[in-house]
Design a protein around this ligand. Structure first.
Ligand code: C5P
Length: 391
């Protein structure tokens, strides 16, 4: 049946899509800022700890909501212990194991996202990451049995073109940044276009580091070390993230939509997903990958308010994404996040002195147009507009 829940008078579906657009714009900016700012006490935070904390916070939010859900369904005088019993029974039954698959995929995706964001500038990452619309569509067709018209496939190809245009040469950076083609920089093999793109990105990152230094009250220091961006690493990380995004999202959607809603609420599903995510993020990320270093400098080394803001924003975002996948689908989710490119691009101009080039504008326009074409209803369809996609 059609759901009629509303938030502040707005249907949950539209509300969750709008919230996702805003959250995603903010998240990319904060994540980029958190990886590029000067290290806290000379230390840079471990991405693995951030991914793990993200899961812990999401689990706490989901447990609270699931408990609320249980409490609403029983008589008011039910003892708290009975509520907890109900909740834990719901979480550890209902084919809980099925959520272990998207949990593992999402954990890997979240880790790679940190790698990509640290090695690419915010806007380039954002636009390239839109390739996940393609992977999501492929997995929606193959795993959920959806069918896509040829117009929809054409718009997907346009999307690839749009994302590529963004990589065309940018105007040279106005500051005297060191050339990235410099021998020994490891980037001399790059095609000119990508090199130019990186130069613009480094300019933005340079501005960003200077600004974060002044926010932190640190004296501006020309010799300040910042980690060098490696665009090849960033590129590979973002491409694998795209594949994982589609696969993880569709796997989660499959569990939500192929089990009867009566068997487990969305909040119980989120508890199950977070529960299973704790293991790979703790054992693989925190202990195996970074364990040795964390043992030396501590779990919270390099944390400051910016890092906490990134972690909280991502945990909140995960909750919003689950609402969108439940009330709409993964494809609508991608539409919401591609609108956030425009917002984060605009915000980058303001916060990071980012130069918007013609190529960014054209590329972003093509990406947004293809997204419009994708969501446009079929000819002869009764649905009047793009908005119908979200109803
Ligand atoms: O980039 P993409 O849209 O695939 O990212 C989805 C994000 O939402 C991931 O970071 C994932 O961890 C999060 N998520 C979540 N809970 C869900 C579904 C997704 O935290 N139920």
């Amino acid at each position: 049946g059609r759901r009629s829940e509303t938030v502040a008078g707005i249907p949950v579906k539209q509300f969750s899509l709008i919230t996702l657009t805003l959250q995603n714009s903010a998240l990319i900016l904060v994540m980029h800022y958190s990886r590029r700012m000067p290290p806290v006490n000379g230390l840079r935070y471990f991405a693995s700890t951030a991914v793990f904390l993200n899961e812990v916070i999401k689990l706490l939010i989901s447990l609270t909501m699931a408990l609320w859900d249980v409490a609403m369904r029983v008589p008011t005088n039910t003892p708290a212990t009975a509520l907890f019993e109900n909740l834990f029974y719901a979480i550890f039954t209902n084919e809980s194991w099925k959520l272990a698959i998207p949990a593992a995929l999402y954990t890997l995706q979240n880790t790679l996202q940190y790698v990509a964001v640290s090695n690419l500038d915010a806007a380039a990452f954002q636009v390239m990451y839109q390739l996940k619309i393609l992977t999501t569509a492929i997995f929606s067709v193959t795993m959920l049995g959806r069918s896509l018209s040829s117009r929809k496939w054409v718009s997907l190809l346009l999307l690839v073109v749009g994302a590529s245009i963004v990589q065309l040469p940018a105007t040279p950076a106005p500051t005297g940044m060191k050339s990235l083609r410099e021998p020994g920089s490891g980037l001399s093999f790059l095609p000119r276009s990508l090199e130019e793109l990186k130069k613009a990105g480094s300019h933005a990152a340079g501005q960003l580091v200077r600004r974060s230094a002044s926010y932190a009250g640190i004296q501006e220091d020309q010799g300040m070390q910042q980690p060098r961006m490696n665009s090849t690493v960033g590129l590979v990380a973002v491409l694998i993230s795209c594949a994982l995004s589609g696969l993880a999202g569709v796997t989660f959607e499959k569990v939500l939509k192929e089990s009867s809603t009566a068997s487990a609420s969305l909040w119980v599903r989120n508890c199950q997903l977070s529960f299973w995510s704790l293991f790979p993020s703790l054992f693989i990320g925190v202990m195996f990958v970074d364990g040795e270093k964390i043992a030396k400098v501590g779990f919270f080394a390099g944390y400051n308010w910016v890092v906490w803001a990134a972690v909280l924003l991502q945990a909140f975002g995960g909750v919003v994404v689950s609402l969108v996948i439940n009330y709409a689908d993964n494809i609508a989710k991608n539409f919401a996040t591609s609108i956030s490119i425009v917002l984060s691009c605009l915000a980058s101009v303001y916060f990071f002195d980012f130069d918007i080039t013609r190529y960014y504008l054209v590329g972003t326009s093509v990406v947004l147009f293809s997204t419009y074409l994708y969501t446009k209803p079929e000819r002869g369809s009764a649905e009047p507009s793009m908005v119908a996609e979200f109803e």
